[in-house]
Write a protein that binds this ligand. Structure first.
Ligand code: SF4
Length: 255
């Protein structure tokens, strides 16, 4: 196990930060962060409001679709929104079927659309490195997107696309039963938390969704564009790992 003193340096080295920023390491670790980075993550565009709407039953009259593989097989056939016209394939998700931590991004990009797996390419490689710094991998977490098909030209998914795809999101969530969730980027954070708040204001404290603790962090693609923020992503992942360890310890002691 890596102790806190070594963890920051190890993490930053794994994700390519040579000269780390000075970041707080106190128990109030996340609280000042939103203020510090507010200017860095100022919104560049009006944020659509993704309201939390009741999901319909997955298409095809599939009330009985509950297992993850059943949900996946049904979702692969979905043509419930216009993204079905331009996609190569549905990008469902990857990882453990009973994950402690569920990572959620916004939508597949070009490479994900080709490969059929979320978070591949440079951003995916960075996410893999971030996971590895916690001794995690794609095999013991689960990674998925809010929207399962690639929006043309990598634009943000439209509100109606998010709402159409919420049936798969909800079925996937129910099958996975995650213990902790990390939302990667603004779109995922706004969709799951039903908020139009900025990433800066959503990041830095725990939220709850359907009884599950939720943390908001940066999308790896944003970190590639703004590498100075990699150091601050360490704070989020450290907090996430700490809570995961606490959950696992509590489960072990209750057996
Ligand atoms: S984005 Fe979701 S709702 Fe739209 S076609 Fe793909 S799987 Fe279906």
């Amino acid at each position: 196990m890596i102790d806190n003193g070594d963890f920051q340096a190890y993490y930053l080295r794994r994700i390519g930060v040579v000269t780390p920023l000075t970041v707080p390491t106190t128990k109030k670790i996340l609280e000042p962060v939103a203020e510090v980075i507010a200017a860095d993550i100022s919104a560049h565009e009006p944020a659509p409001v993704y309201s939390e709407t009741p999901s319909e039953t997955p298409s095809g009259g599939s009330e009985s679709i509950t297992g993850l593989e059943q949900v996946r097989q049904a979702a692969l056939q979905c043509r419930d929104c216009s993204l079905a016209e331009s996609r190569t394939q549905v990008v469902f998700g990857v990882g453990s079927e009973c994950p402690d931590v569920l990572f959620i991004g916004e939508a597949p990009g070009e490479q994900e659309d080709q490969v059929g797996e979320p978070f591949v390419g440079k951003a995916g490689k960075l996410l893999d490195q971030m996971l590895a710094s916690l001794n995690w991998s794609r095999n013991n977490v689960y990674i998925m997107n809010v929207v399962k098909c690639r929006p043309p030209a990598n634009r943000n998914p439209l509100v109606e696309e998010v709402q159409a795809c919420s049936r798969w999101f909800d079925a996937q969530w129910a099958a996975l039963q995650p213990k902790l969730v990390c939302l990667l980027g603004k779109v995922a954070a706004q969709r799951v938390l039903g908020s139009d708040a900025s990433l800066a204001s959503l990041r830095g404290h725990w939220h709850e969704y359907r009884g599950v603790p939720v943390l908001v962090s940066y999308h790896p693609a944003y970190l590639l564009r703004s590498p100075t923020q990699k150091a601050r992503s360490w704070q989020d992942f450290r907090v996430l790992a700490g809570r995961c360890r606490a959950l696992q310890a509590a489960e072990a002691s209750s057996r």
